[in-house]
Design a protein around this ligand. Structure first.
Ligand SMILES: CC(C)(COP(=O)(O)OP(=O)(O)OC[C@H]1O[C@@H](n2cnc3c(N)ncnc32)[C@H](O)[C@@H]1OP(=O)(O)O)[C@@H](O)C(=O)NCCC(=O)NCCS
Length: 164
């Protein structure tokens, strides 16, 4: 729980995700033991730990799954100690391929605030295609934000994981 709390109380994570503030180990426990199992049980998505060499580094997830139109939305965050090594892009590609290849999903979306350069780079590297900007579609601690919407479809090109 300490690693989740550390990653989610980081200033960059708090800038770009509307997580509880302050983010304590109690919040981490609620996320891991209540929210993530509820998301899975409801069928709306899934939250998965990202591990490198057996060490927790972050979370990759799907949410807002709509089976009627076979679409879902991916989200991700890493602890600051794990950034800048291509881990987020690899995790995004892995969960996207899993959803498209095995879960009957035809479209995976990513929504990113325009100023979140690292997240935009992660989605672009993962060959998500930018479709436009939804005006004031998100809400962060600083207030409302526009959201760039990107997507990958089942028949879109995929990056080779080794190249990320
Ligand atoms: C978004 C996030 C997961 C990216 O993690 P990461 O492992 O560093 O991402 P990757 O290494 O896969 O790729 C990041 C790319 O962004 C670039 N990048 C990283 N930080 C950057 C910054 N501050 N400014 C510009 N580019 C940046 C990297 O150089 C890399 O591009 P490259 O491979 O072409 O050089 C991480 O920054 C994070 O946890 N942010 C806080 C939570 C968040 O914003 N989640 C997404 C919400 S939409």
């Amino acid at each position: 729980m300490a690693c989740i709390a550390l990653a989610c109380s980081d200033t960059v994570t708090q800038r770009w995700l509307p997580l509880p503030q302050p983010y304590t180990e109690d919040e981490a426990r609620i996320f891991a033991l209540q929210i993530a199992p509820q998301v899975l049980a409801s069928g709306s998505g899934v939250e998965r730990a990202i591990e490198v060499d057996g060490q927790f580094v972050g979370v990759i997830g799907l949410k807002g799954t709509d089976c009627n139109v076979a679409k879902t939305e991916a989200g991700y965050w890493l602890g600051p100690w794990a950034r800048g090594r291509g881990i987020a892009a690899k995790a995004l590609c892995a969960i996207t391929d899993w959803a498209l290849d095995t879960q009957g999903i035809g479209r995976v979306e990513v929504m990113v605030a325009p100023g979140n350069t690292a997240s935009l780079a992660t989605a672009r590297k993962s060959l998500f295609i930018e479709e436009g900007t939804l005006r004031r579609a998100g809400h962060l601690h600083d207030g409302p934000v526009d959201l760039v919407i990107l997507s990958r479809l089942a028949d879109d090109p995929r990056p080779a994981l080794a190249q990320l």
